[in-house]
Design a protein around this ligand. Structure first.
Ligand code: 2HA
Ligand code: ZN
Length: 261
């Protein structure tokens, strides 16, 4: 299975979870040289302007979903609804070098994807993927819970034991912002320097990871905790205490984010 087929599979699974209504969500994947060789790369002369490209992205090839694509059907229209872009060597642009047939273009969240990859590559040499969707319970929790990053993380950690183990660095929580522009991309990329999960209140979630399963799993974990928060109506009587969390930290030898417990 090539990477675009894998994107088709995972986007369908995300839609099945109810996380990707209509055209919600986008995914991008940094291709290795070997993975690039699997595609018949073309010079399409279809460019997308992108100023101030971070140096560590120059000449990278990235597989990515199309703007407006419906995750329900991407797997059936891979050549239209996915493709590969190449970040220019010196110019302020990226070029479509595979796919995006029938006048399709990469996702409207291109800024967050590109700047996010740049951030993660600085802190994780194995980084590959940025994944975005509108996971329902996470969005609901941003409506009910105080929007303070440290308090939000503490609540998530305290709801189920695995949460602190999988996300010892906590989650990044953005203020609400208009989506699809450079500003939200830059702010998200700053969060992604320290976090693999970034939440956009009243919108959705981004995860960064080394495989589709890794990214999907991070979102599943946060969404599970958020679901528990909602099921219990935020009546947090028997959650994990700070002492319990410290026990987990010690036993699993975790480096956890300061200031939360
Ligand atoms: O592509 O999810 O954030 C649709 C979106 C925008
Ligand atoms: Zn979105």
């Amino acid at each position: 299975m090539n990477i675009l087929e894998e994107i088709g599979n995972i986007t369908f699974q995300m839609w099945q979870k109810g996380w990707d209504e209509y055209n919600a969500g986008n995914i991008s994947y940094l291709l290795s040289d070997d993975e690039v060789d699997e595609f018949e790369i073309i010079e399409s002369n279809r460019f997308i302007n992108f100023e101030n490209i971070p140096n560590n992205l120059r000449n990278k090839y990235i597989a990515i979903t199309a703007s407006g694509s419906h995750f329900r059907v991407i797997k059936d229209h891979l050549d239209d609804l996915t493709g590969v872009i190449k970040v220019a060597d010196t110019l302020d642009c990226v070029e479509i070098v595979y796919g995006f047939n029938n006048s399709n273009y990469p996702t409207s969240e291109l800024y967050t994807h590109l700047l996010g990859h740049s951030s993660r590559l600085k802190v994780d040499p194995n980084h590959k993927i940025i994944m975005h969707n509108h996971a329902t319970e996470i969005v609901a929790m941003t409506i009910k819970h105080e929007l303070d990053e440290l308090k939000f993380t503490k609540t998530l950690w305290s709801l189920c034991t695995e949460c602190i183990i999988l996300l010892p660095e906590g989650i990044g929580l953005m203020p609400w912002m208009v989506c699809g522009n450079r500003k939200i991309g830059e702010e998200s990329a700053l969060k992604l320097l320290e976090h693999r999960v970034v939440i956009w209140p009243q919108h959705g979630i981004f995860s960064a990871g080394t495989s589709f399963s890794d990214c999907f799993g991070l979102i599943e974990t946060v969404n599970k905790a958020a679901k528990i928060y909602l099921i219990t109506n935020g009546e947090l009587n028997n959650v994990l205490s700070s002492e319990n969390l410290m026990e987990i930290k010690k036993d699993f030898n975790l480096t956890i984010r300061e200031g939360i417990i």
